[in-house]
Write a protein that binds this ligand. Structure first.
Ligand code: GLU
Ligand code: ZN
Length: 295
C-alpha cells in the first residue's frame, strides 16, 4: 500500500471530556497518520444523547485545538448519519441476518453478558424491540500491530449482539464499522478496551463486504484502583495550560522518548518532534498501563 493513502481517525464519544487516556489514544492515531504523511479525520460518536455531557463536544474540540491537533476535512457527527444506519438495519432485518429481541434486562441477568439466543427464532416484529445481529459459530482473529494476535469466538464469547437498542438508539458496533468504511479509514488506532469489540467489527465488515482496516490498540490508561479513565469514571477536562507537559507524558506512556527540553516547548513543537520520531515498536505491548507508572 502507498503510505500517502493512509487515512486514520480519532472518534471520541462526548459522554465525557477528553482525559489523559483519550489524549494517549488521540496522540497515537495522530502520530501514526502524520508520520507517513497520511490524513487524520475527526468523528464525534454522539450516538447516545442521554449519556452525552452538555458542552462535551465543544470541550473536546477545544482541547484538541489547545493541544495542537489539526484534523483534515470537516468534523463528522454520527448524529447526522441516522438515515444510513436505519437503512442498513432494515436490510439486515429483512434478510434475516438480524432479528428483534424483546428480552428485558431482568431476563438477561445471569447469562454472563452472552446473549442466550432466546428470541433468535421467535419472529418478533421490528417494533418496540432491540435488534440483534446473528453471529456465526466461528472464531474471528486478527493481528494487531502492537498487541499481536487476538482471537475471539463470536458465538461462545459474545453471542448475538445489539445493533439497535430498544429505545431506538443505534449501537456503536454498527455505526463505527459503517462510518470507518464510509470515511475510507485504512488504519484504526485506539485504546485496548476496544480489542474485545474488534471481532464483532470484523464480522460486520465481512457481512457487508467492506475493506478490513489495520488495527493498532494502545494500552488503556488505568487508575491505581483499576478504574479506566473517563466514561463511567468522570475525569476532569484536560487542562489547556498543561498541553506540552501532558503531551510529553502521553508520549512516554506510548514508549516514546521525548527529550526533556520539550517540556518547555509549544504543543506544536512537541507534536512535530513526535511525528519525526514516532516508533510503534516502542509502544508497550500490554492492554493496560497504570497512570502512576508513567514518568
Ligand atoms: N467512540 C469510541 C470511544 O470513545 C471509540 C471508537 C473507536 O475508536 O473505534 O471509546
Ligand atoms: Zn431476546
Amino acid at each position: 500500500m502507498n503510505d500517502s493513502a493512509y487515512i486514520g481517525r480519532f472518534a471520541p464519544t462526548p459522554s465525557g471530556y477528553l482525559h489523559f487516556g483519550s489524549l494517549v489514544a488521540a496522540l497515537a492515531s495522530y502520530l501514526d497518520a502524520r508520520s507517513v504523511g497520511g490524513r487524520w479525520l475527526l468523528r464525534m460518536e454522539d450516538l447516545d444523547p442521554p449519556r452525552e455531557v452538555p458542552g462535551a463536544q465543544d470541550a473536546i474540540l477545544h482541547s484538541l485545538e489547545a493541544y495542537g491537533f489539526e484534523w483534515d476535512g470537516e468534523l463528522v457527527r454520527q448524529s447526522d448519519r441516522h438515515a444510513e444506519y436505519a437503512v442498513l438495519i432494515e436490510r439486515l432485518f429483512n434478510q434475516g441476518l438480524a432479528y428483534a429481541c424483546t428480552c428485558s434486562r431482568k431476563q438477561l441477568e445471569g447469562s454472563g453478558g452472552i446473549y442466550p439466543g432466546t428470541c433468535r427464532n421467535a419472529g418478533h416484529p421490528d417494533r418496540d424491540a432491540a435488534i440483534r445481529l446473528r453471529v456465526p459459530e466461528l472464531e474471528y482473529r486478527f493481528t494487531d500491530r502492537v498487541q499481536g494476535e487476538f482471537r475471539q469466538h463470536l458465538g461462545r464469547e459474545v453471542g448475538d449482539f445489539v445493533i439497535r437498542r430498544r429505545d431506538g438508539l443505534f449501537a456503536y458496533q454498527l455505526a463505527v464499522v459503517l462510518d470507518d468504511a464510509w470515511q475510507g479509514i485504512t488504519d484504526i488506532v485506539r485504546g485496548a478496551d476496544l480489542l474485545d469489540s474488534t471481532p464483532r467489527q470484523l464480522y460486520l465488515q465481512e457481512l457487508l463486504g467492506l475493506h478490513q482496516p489495520r488495527y493498532l490498540h494502545v494500552p488503556l490508561i488505568i487508575q491505581p484502583d483499576g478504574h479506566k479513565l473517563g466514561k463511567s469514571y468522570r475525569s476532569p477536562p484536560l487542562p489547556a495550560d498543561q498541553a506540552a507537559p501532558l503531551l510529553n507524558r502521553a508520549l512516554r506512556a506510548l514508549g516514546q522518548q521525548p527529550p526533556a527540553e520539550l517540556n518547555g516547548a509549544t504543543p506544536r513543537e512537541v507534536l512535530n518532534w513526535a511525528i519525526a520520531h514516532w516508533s510503534t515498536a516502542r509502544i508497550p505491548r500490554s492492554r493496560t498501563l497504570a497512570e502512576a507508572q508513567i514518568r
